[in-house]
Design a protein around this ligand. Structure first.
Ligand code: ARG
Ligand code: ZN
Length: 472
C-alpha cells in the first residue's frame, strides 16, 4: 500500500514563490490570482476549474471534530467545528468554505481570530502568521438554518431538509452548507461528528457509532470515521429511522438506518449488502473500511443517491443495482479519491461498470451485451455528447456520458488486456491509491504497466475524443 495522500493545491503559491525571484513579477502575479493581501494568504480555492472556490490553499485539515445540534421543527442548526490543520505554506490568513449560516466566533489555537465572509469563503486572519509545516487548531462556532446549494446541473446538494429531518449529501460542493470545510476532495481528513436531535429522531453519520445518549428530550449520537474522507462524503442525516446493526462474517460493522416508509421495499435489497461487499472484495481487493451500512431516507425531491463514506445514502429504497453502484464507490471514489472533478469518470464509470459486472456474474446480461446495447445508440444520441475524460464543466459531471461511456471505456480496456490483467489492474488501482488519490493519467499508466500493452489510443478515443468512437 503506497500512501499517496496529496496535499491541497499549492499551485498558486508555487507560482508566486517562483515568480518572487523576478522583481516585477509578483505584482503581476498577485493581480492574476486575485490576491489582495500579503503573499502568505492561502488561496480561496483548490485550483479546480469546475469549482474554483471549492477547497482552499495553504493548509491541510487532518481532523474535523463537528458538534451539531439540529432542531427538526424549527430547522435551526447550532454548530461548532474544530479543525486540526497543518499549514503547507506560511499563512497570514486562510479561507474555509461555508455558505449561509451565521459565524459567531473563530479562534486559532485558542486565540480569537479576525474573520469575514465573502460569498462561500470564510476568511480567517489569525493573530500571527502560521509558519509552513506548523499544526494549528481552528474553532468555528456558527448557527442558522442550513440550505442546500444548487449545482451547475440544477440539482441540489448539501443540507436538504426533509419532512422529518434532513438528507445530508455533499457532492460535489454541499459540505459547506453545514460545516466550515476545506471542501475539495484533494483534502482528506478523519472526522468525529456528534449530532444532537430531538428524542425519537436518529442522526446518522459515517464510520462507527461510538455512543448514543438521551437526556432532557434530546438524543446525542457520536460518530467517528477514522479513515481519510473527502468532505463531500460526510453526512449527518437526520430522520425517523428504524435501525439495524450487525457484524458481517468479514468483521465489518454494519449500521442501517431506514425510514419506515421505505422499509418494506428496502429490506430485500439491504439484506444483500454483506454478499455484495464480499463479491466486490473478491473483485477489487479488501473492503477499504471497517464499517458499512446504508441510510435509506424518504426524500422524494432529491433524485439521487450518494456514496457517503462507509454508509451510502439513498433518497428512497434502492434497487440492487444502485446498492452495488454505491458499494463499488467505497473503493472507487471514497478510498481512492479525485484530485479534480474532471476525473469524475474514475468514480462514476467504475461504479457503473461494477453494476455491469455484478449483473454478468449473477445471471443477468453480460457486460458485453450491456456495452453492445449502448454502442447501438446513434451518433446523435446524448450518450456521445461529450467525452467522459473531459466533461468540460461542472454541469456535466453527473451526466450519462460520464457514467455509461465511462463504463464502456473500462469494458474496452477489459477487451484489450483480457480478464486476468483487467482485474489485476482494478485491484492494483484500489490498493496503490487506498486512502489517497488517483488521476486519470495515473490509471492509464498503471493499466499500461500491468498489461504491457500500448493503451494510449484506446484511452484517447474513449475518454478524450468528441463524438461516438468508431470500431468498438
Ligand atoms: N455520486 C452519486 C452517484 O452515485 C451522484 C451524486 C449526484 N449529486 C448531485 N448533486 N447531483 O451516482
Ligand atoms: Zn455514482
Amino acid at each position: 500500500m503506497t500512501p499517496l495522500r496529496s496535499r491541497p493545491a499549492r499551485c498558486r503559491t508555487a507560482v508566486l514563490r517562483r515568480g518572487a525571484v523576478l522583481a516585477t513579477v509578483p505584482v503581476v502575479l498577485a493581480a492574476l490570482v486575485g490576491a489582495t493581501g500579503p503573499t502568505a494568504a492561502g488561496g480561496s480555492g483548490a485550483g479546480d476549474p469546475y469549482f474554483p472556490l471549492s477547497g482552499n490553499g495553504g493548509y491541510h485539515v487532518r481532523h474535523y471534530d463537528l458538534t451539531l445540534r439540529y432542531d427538526t421543527s424549527s430547522r435551526h442548526l447550532d454548530g461548532r467545528a474544530v479543525l486540526d490543520s497543518r499549514a503547507t505554506q506560511d499563512l497570514s490568513r486562510f479561507d474555509l468554505d461555508l455558505t449561509g449560516l451565521k459565524v459567531t466566533g473563530v479562534t486559532v489555537d485558542g486565540t480569537r481570530a479576525a474573520f469575514r465572509r465573502d460569498g462561500q469563503e470564510l476568511v480567517v486572519t489569525p493573530r500571527h502568521t502560521l509558519r509552513a509545516g506548523r499544526d494549528f487548531r481552528v474553532t468555528v462556532t456558527y448557527d442558522g438554518t442550513p440550505k442546500p446549494v444548487t449545482d451547475p446541473d440544477g440539482s441540489t446538494d448539501g443540507w436538504i431538509p426533509t419532512d422529518d429531518g434532513a438528507f445530508v449529501a455533499g457532492e460535489p460542493q454541499g459540505a459547506m452548507t453545514w460545516f466550515p470545510a476545506n471542501g475539495h476532495p484533494k483534502d482528506k481528513s478523519s472526522y468525529d461528528i456528534t449530532i444532537t436531535v430531538p428524542q425519537g429522531r436518529t442522526a446518522v453519520s459515517n464510520g462507527v457509532l461510538l455512543g448514543q445518549r438521551t437526556e432532557h428530550g434530546r438524543t446525542t449520537f457520536r460518530w467517528r470515521e477514522s479513515r481519510p474522507m473527502a468532505a463531500y462524503l460526510a453526512t449527518a442525516t437526520v430522520g425517523t429511522f428504524k435501525v439495524e446493526q450487525y457484524t458481517t462474517a468479514d468483521g465489518i460493522h454494519v449500521y442501517n438506518a431506514v425510514d419506515p416508509r421505505e422499509a418494506s421495499a428496502a429490506a430485500p435489497v439491504l439484506k444483500q449488502l454483506p454478499s455484495v461487499l464480499a463479491w466486490a472484495s473478491r473483485l477489487f481487493g479488501p473492503y477499504p473500511f471497517r464499517s458499512a451500512g446504508s441510510i435509506v431516507d424518504h426524500a422524494p425531491d432529491v433524485g439521487y443517491a450518494l456514496e457517503a463514506q462507509t454508509r451510502p445514502l439513498y433518497d428512497s429504497a434502492p434497487d440492487l443495482s444502485t446498492l452495488v453502484h454505491e458499494s463499488a464507490h467505497q473503493w472507487f471514489g471514497d478510498s481512492v479519491s479525485l484530485t479534480a472533478w474532471k476525473d469524475i469518470w474514475l468514480n462514476e464509470g467504475f461504479a457503473t461498470y461494477a453494476e455491469w459486472l455484478y449483473a454478468e456474474q449473477h445471471g443477468g446480461d453480460s457486460a458485453q451485451k450491456t456495452f453492445d446495447a449502448l454502442y447501438a445508440h446513434p451518433a446523435s444520441d446524448h450518450l456521445w455528447a461529450f467525452p467522459p475524460g473531459d466533461p468540460g464543466s461542472g454541469r456535466n459531471i453527473f451526466d450519462t456520458p460520464v457514467y455509461a461511456r465511462g463504463a464502456m471505456t473500462l469494458h474496452e480496456l477489459r477487451r484489450a488486456v483480457g480478464d486476468p490483467d483487467f482485474f489485476r489492474i482494478l485491484r492494483a488501482w484500489a490498493a496503490a491509491h487506498r486512502d489517497g488519490h488517483g488521476t486519470t493519467a495515473q490509471f492509464e499508466r498503471l493499466a499500461g504497466r500491468i498489461s504491457g500493452k500500448r493503451l494510449d489510443g484506446l484511452f484517447r478515443v474513449w475518454l478524450f475524443t468528441e463524438g461516438k468512437p468508431k470500431d468498438a
